[in-house]
Design a protein around this ligand. Structure first.
Ligand SMILES: [Zn+2]
Length: 471
């Protein structure tokens, strides 16, 4: 029996707002002392009243449209009740039967094939706090409590762990491109729950799935799903296919998933409409105004770079995946038509500097250096040195060029003087050249370069030497 893999994802991403979803507390608590970004609202004190953060709503709407979803003209908030020590209210304000947006599509490219993955829904909700288990026992930090999240749910249309990971990466690029979330996984700003089940090939029904909670790296997502396929395949082969939906956790250190509990159903959460937050209603005009202009999405950008700018696949992919990098690249292109040289120096020299965004490097520097390279004023090594100097200690291109003395000598008269001396001093090699041993040309060029202190323009030296030797 051949088994088919059915995977769906739920993604939580923290919205890039200044304040939390229902109160004015600072939303950026990463690295902050525990319980220093809190107030009665996000700590669930009796009588507190939540007020919706309009910026969070705007960002959720931008993300929804970028994911191809339809923003609903009516949506509402609901209480999702469950008891966790780090959920002070005893409920989360989420959206249940009337979510913000429905029915989207995200295009991915997997092994050269384009595929569209359906997005079931996007809704807004607040995050819980954090339980920290240490030698004192369990400590609670509510800094994250009340942070705005979007939850994105896909259709069960992913067919392999690799495809799930590619989709998750594309999603990260999209929500970053529209400014909805920084989606920094190391800071826990984006997390996945992955649902997976198997079925005999050709069967169209869906069997009880295992949901793996809280995956926070792409490789973890892929590994957990790979393990789960092996585990479930073994069960099917023994005729013991999963009968109930389960919730599982993934242990990065062992690479295995383990049972946490039977999966909760909607009934367990006793959803009911949130009485303190009014429903959302939009006319089409209001909705369009809120969403505003959307930038070119990463996949479109990648296709354009590849097809119109003649970049390689790897170059197009790297340059299109981060909005700031793509903006830098395109700003440089406004001042230079040498697309490939700009891309090459940006990828090989600028990005090699780990903190390049914090340095004084500007797109115009890149364009200027390429112009110097094109005119033969500097060698490619010189171009690299200029950029590296600006990345290290700042400065302007012309200034660095003079300070480092990197200007190439392209003055024919000067080059001829050096060449004359070299030819006189190396009569033996000249004779060898005329005897048919053309390889000595390289050594002669080397001699001229040495005499010029490395400043001679190598292509010009080669040309003049060749002309001279033919005489
Ligand atoms: Zn607060």
């Amino acid at each position: 029996m051949k088994l088919e893999v059915i995977i769906g994802l739920e993604i939580h991403a923290q919205l890039a707002t200044a304040s939390k979803l229902w109160c004015g507390c600072d939303n950026d608590a990463f690295g902050a002392k525990p319980n220093t970004r809190i107030c009665p609202v996000c700590c669930g004190f009796p009588g507190m009243l939540p007020v919706l953060n309009k910026e969070a709503l705007r960002l959720a709407m931008r993300a929804s449209v970028a994911l191809g979803c339809e923003i609903q003209s009516f949506s509402k908030f609901d209480r999702k009740n469950y008891f966790y020590p780090d959920l002070p209210n005893g409920y989360q304000i989420s959206q249940y039967d009337k979510p913000l947006a429905l029915a989207g599509k995200v295009e991915i490219i997997h092994n050269g094939h384009h595929k569209k993955i359906g997005i079931t829904r996007v809704h807004l909700e607040n995050d819980a706090g954090k339980s920290i288990h240490n030698e004192q026992g369990t400590c609670l930090d509510f800094n994250r409590s009340g942070s705005p999240l979007i939850e994105i749910v896909t259709e069960p249309e992913l067919r392999s762990p690799e495809e799930a990971s590619i989709f998750a990466q594309e999603l990260q690029k999209i929500i970053r491109a529209v400014g909805a979330s920084d989606a920094d996984m190391e800071k826990g700003m984006m997390r996945f729950d992955a649902s997976i089940s198997l079925r005999p090939e050709g069967d169209t029904s869906l069997y009880p799935r295992a949901e793996i909670k809280n995956l926070n790296t792409f490789s973890g997502l892929e590994k957990a799903l790979t393990f789960e396929i092996q585990r479930q395949t073994a069960l099917w082969k023994k005729n013991e296919r999963p009968e109930k939906e389960t919730t599982r956790g993934f242990d990065e250190s062992t690479g295995k998933t383990k049972l946490m509990r039977q999966k909760e159903s909607a009934d367990d959460y006793r959803y009911f409409p949130e009485p303190d937050v009014p429903p959302l209603r939009f006319t089409e005009k209001e909705r369009d105004e809120m969403v505003g202009e959307l930038p070119e999405l990463p996949l479109e950008k990648y296709m354009r770079y590849k097809n119109e700018l003649d970049l390689s696949d790897a170059e197009a992919l790297r340059l299109s995946e981060e909005p700031r990098l793509a903006d830098f690249f395109e700003s440089a292109l406004k001042e230079s038509k040498h697309t490939r040289k700009i891309a090459n120096l940006l990828l090989s020299v600028v990005l090699a500097h780990s903190d390049w965004e914090k340095t004084e490097i500007k797109p115009s520097h890149l364009a200027e250096v390429v112009a110097l390279l094109e005119s033969g004023t500097v060698s490619s090594t010189g171009a690299k040195q200029i950029l590296e100097t600006i990345l290290e200690s700042g400065g302007e291109v012309k200034e660095v060029l003079h300070t480092l003395g990197l200007e190439q000598v392209s003055d024919t008269k000067q080059l001829e003087e050096w060449i004359d001396v070299v030819l006189e001093e190396n009569e033996g090699m000249v004779a060898q050249f005329h005897a048919g041993k053309e390889k000595v040309l390289g050594s002669l060029i080397g001699q001229v370069m040495k005499r010029s202190g490395g400043s001679a323009n190598p292509p010009m030296v080669q040309q003049i030497l060749k002309d001279r030797l033919k005489k």
